[in-house]
Write a protein that binds this ligand. Structure first.
Ligand code: OAD
Length: 225
């Protein structure tokens, strides 16, 4: 089994989603601010957003959806957890070996010298500077950037072996993650979508469960274990 999670899985923990009503920050959309171009032209503004998000997310706790998925690591079948979320809440709930497609908000890195570190200090100076003098950035994947090819190959390997894939709390509009379900489906997996609302994936899913991830995932996991 593979599960792919998105911002909706963390919504019940108080983390704002990207495309919901609370998705805007100071009238900016994520697509405008989470880009290498935005960082190059205004690293202070980009870090203001990340400081705001790190501050907010730092006090959020995993919810029943995260806890349910963490239990699946003990399942008698193989389980791989793939997330688009950068909030670290799956790991906080005890999930191991989470494949974080879009990176992690709690790591920062320097694209000039390659320095990378775990960092939970909030707020950081805007922008924080590396020892080499260049601005440090969050170790997340921005719009227009490629996913880590090693990570991507681990994900496609898990997708190609899966019998069942759960796709929970994602609007299924950001690629390549939005193509993972089709990849798994072509390889023979049944797709179960969990979302409050219909998405572009809904009509192609084998089963579409409309509701809160924090209600539905614990029921599924309880039935499986
Ligand atoms: P979105 O904000 O696009 O979508 C969240 C989805 O979760 C929506 O379809 C909601 O209907 C659904 N939802 C909200 N609350 C829910 C709940 N309690 N239970 C179930 N579903 C719920 O978030 P993502 O699809 O994760 O990328 O966004 C994908 C990427 O776009 C993010 O990883 C981020 C963003 O820009 C980067 O930062 C690179």
């Amino acid at each position: 089994m593979v599960a792919l999670t998105g911002a909706g899985v963390s919504a019940e923990s108080g983390v704002p989603t990207f495309r919901g009503e609370d998705g805007l920050w100071k009238n900016y959309r994520a697509e405008e601010i989470a880009t290498p171009e935005a960082f190059a032209s205004n690293p202070k503004l980009v870090w203001e957003w990340y400081n705001w998000r790190r501050d907010l997310i730092g006090s959020c706790q995993p919810n029943p959806a995260h806890h349910a998925l963490a239990k699946l690591h003990d399942a008698p079948f193989g389980f791989t957890l793939v997330t688009q979320n950068v909030d670290g809440l799956h790991a906080k709930a005890g999930s191991m070996d989470v494949l974080e497609v879009h990176g992690c908000l709690w790591r920062i890195r320097c694209d000039s010298c390659g320095h990378i570190e775990r960092n939970e200090i909030v707020p950081l100076p805007e922008p924080p500077l590396c020892g080499c003098g260049s601005p440090l950035r969050p170790d997340v994947v921005w719009f227009g950037e490629q996913l880590d090819p090693v990570l991507l190959s681990s994900i496609t390997e898990a997708l190609s072996r899966a019998d069942v894939m759960i796709v929970a709390g994602t609007s299924s509009v950001v690629y390549p993650a939005a193509s993972f379900a089709d990849y798994a489906s072509r390889a023979g997996a049944k797709i179960i979508e969990i979302n409050l609302d219909p998405t572009p994936l809904t009509s192609r899913a084998d089963l579409s469960l409309q509701g809160r991830a924090g209600d539905i995932l614990p029921s599924i996991v309880e039935a499986l274990l």
